[in-house]
Design a protein around this ligand. Structure first.
Ligand code: PNW
Length: 456
């Protein structure tokens, strides 16, 4: 019952946490309600050309008003955990100063509603919606933003700490820094490698300062969520290790070992220098944490290619080619490669054995169609089934994996792709806001009920 093949019954460990994930700007809507201030995504999405068809998060899934219905949906699926993010500009409209009680009140009601339905809340404190006022003061490229974040974390903990056990500081600092400040395809849309390395460091510092503040305030468990991708070399030799250092170890090593990879220091030194890294910073970044949140979608394939220009999100990758997928892909054109999750979990448990592991995102966009009251998304079921089998194989190989949260509960605002890419296990009709559980949601309900997978 423990083999990683497609044909055996696979039961997960007792207490394995099954759930789903979302993020504030992607689902809430109500962008100007109850005193919420603007975030960098409100600004960015309004600039023509930044988001497909000029979509914004103004309405999204209207979750701000429909959260009770959405929690009922979750309960119907048997979810034990729900990962959401807290919108900083709802709580502190300009990022600091006076607390906006109405904004904080939303998360207070959401947490109560979840608990009333037996669902454990897993808040993430930063999922990319930086208050615009802080960006105007320099954003993540500025050191002050890290302290502002720790102050925000303390405010949220003060209100929810009696009911929330597990606190996640950041979601995917690599994406926030390198898509936001280097390639510019995410908010705030800056194209400055030096600013991106500073942003990455200040995000790590923000994580450390917030983790310290949360711990001091009595938080039971603290987590950091990273987007991680095994880098596979199709040709050449040094290239995969270099990309792995930028994408994965730039965040893993400071947070879990208190040091930067040499490759990162070297390349950051050539893009603006290392003056932003002060003595003692890495000790702050290296706080004891309980869980590493893993967002896994696909491996990255690279090869040596002399003359290739640097990838816009990866400074220093001149001469390295990011290979397009050759096998099956999702609607994002991302490769479908479940074995990458096994590789990743086994590697993390070997290289960072002291931290528990939680898959905080895994899932796929496909071209879904509503037929009557049903969505037949067999492709998504296949994706999830394959990845759960890979996760189970990693557990059998000794990985300390505690749970799995599917991305996403709902179809939602998929950043630069707007509403065109559907990642939900629940379909949203964005005209009527009707929710329709897809076949994958019903399948997932059965997985949760039996704590595993049946014969395939
Ligand atoms: C993650 N990349 O984003 C986010 O945490 C979610 O908000 C998002 O909806 C989900 O994955 C699906 O995209 C990523 O380019 C966006 O490597 C881009 C990348 C990785 C993760």
């Amino acid at each position: 019952a423990t083999r990683g093949t497609g044909s055996s019954t696979m039961i997960f460990p007792d207490g394995f946490v099954w759930g789903a994930a979302t993020a504030a700007y992607q689902i809430e809507g109500a962008a100007a309600e109850d005193g919420r201030g603007p975030s960098i995504w409100d600004t960015f999405s309004r600039v023509p050309g930044n988001v497909a068809d000029g979509h914004t998060g103004d309405v999204a899934c209207d979750h701000y008003h429909r959260y009770a219905e959405d929690v009922r949906l979750m309960a119907g699926l048997g979810l034990a955990a729900y990962r959401f993010s807290v919108a900083w500009p709802r709580v502190l409209p300009t990022g600091a100063g006076q607390v906006n009680a109405a904004g904080l009140g939303f998360y207070d009601r959401l947490v109560d509603e979840l608990l009333a339905h037996g669902i454990r809340p897993y808040p993430t404190l930063y999922h990319w919606d930086l208050p615009q006022a802080l960006e105007d003061a320099g954003g993540w490229a500025t050191r002050d933003t890290a302290q502002r974040f720790a102050d925000f974390a303390a405010v949220v903990h003060e209100r929810l700490g009696d009911r929330v056990r597990t606190w996640t500081t950041l979601n995917e600092p690599w994406v926030a820094a390198f898509l936001g400040y280097c390639s510019g395809v995410h908010a705030p849309g800056r194209r400055d490698p030096a600013a991106a390395f500073r942003a990455a460091h200040h995000l790590l510092l923000a994580h450390g300062l917030a983790a310290r503040a949360l711990r001091a305030a009595g938080a039971a468990e603290i987590a950091l969520t990273l987007n991680l991708s095994p880098v596979i070399q199709t040709d050449g030799h040094e290239e995969a290790a270099f990309v792995d250092a930028l994408l994965n170890r730039q965040f893993l090593d400071p947070a879990l070992r208190g040091r930067y990879p040499e490759e990162v220091l070297e390349i950051a030194a050539r893009h603006g220098g290392l003056g932003h890294i002060r003595d003692g910073d890495l000790a702050v970044v290296h706080q004891p944490i309980d869980l590493l949140g893993i967002n896994y979608y696909n491996p990255s394939f690279v090869s040596a290619a002399p003359g290739e220009p640097a990838n816009p999100a990866f400074p220093g990758t001149e001469g390295i080619r990011f290979e397009p997928p050759t096998g099956p892909t999702t609607a994002m054109d991302w490769p479908i490669e479940p074995s990458g999750l096994n590789t990743l979990l086994v590697r993390l448990s070997r290289d960072y054995p002291e931290v528990g592991l939680l898959v905080t995102e895994n899932g796929a966009a496909f071209d879904d169609h509503l037929t009557g009251d049903e969505v037949h998304d067999d492709d998504r079921i296949g994706y999830l089934d394959g990845h759960l089998r890979a996760a189970h194989a990693a557990i059998s190989a000794g990985a300390d994996l505690r749970g799995y949260l599917v991305w996403s509960l709902l179809d939602n605002f998929e950043w630069a792709y707007g509403y065109h890419k559907r990642f939900g296990i629940v379909y949203i009709d964005f005209e009527t806001q009707r929710r329709v559980p897809k076949d994958s949601a019903l399948w997932y309900r059965d997985v949760i009920e039996r704590n595993g997978l049946g014969s395939a």
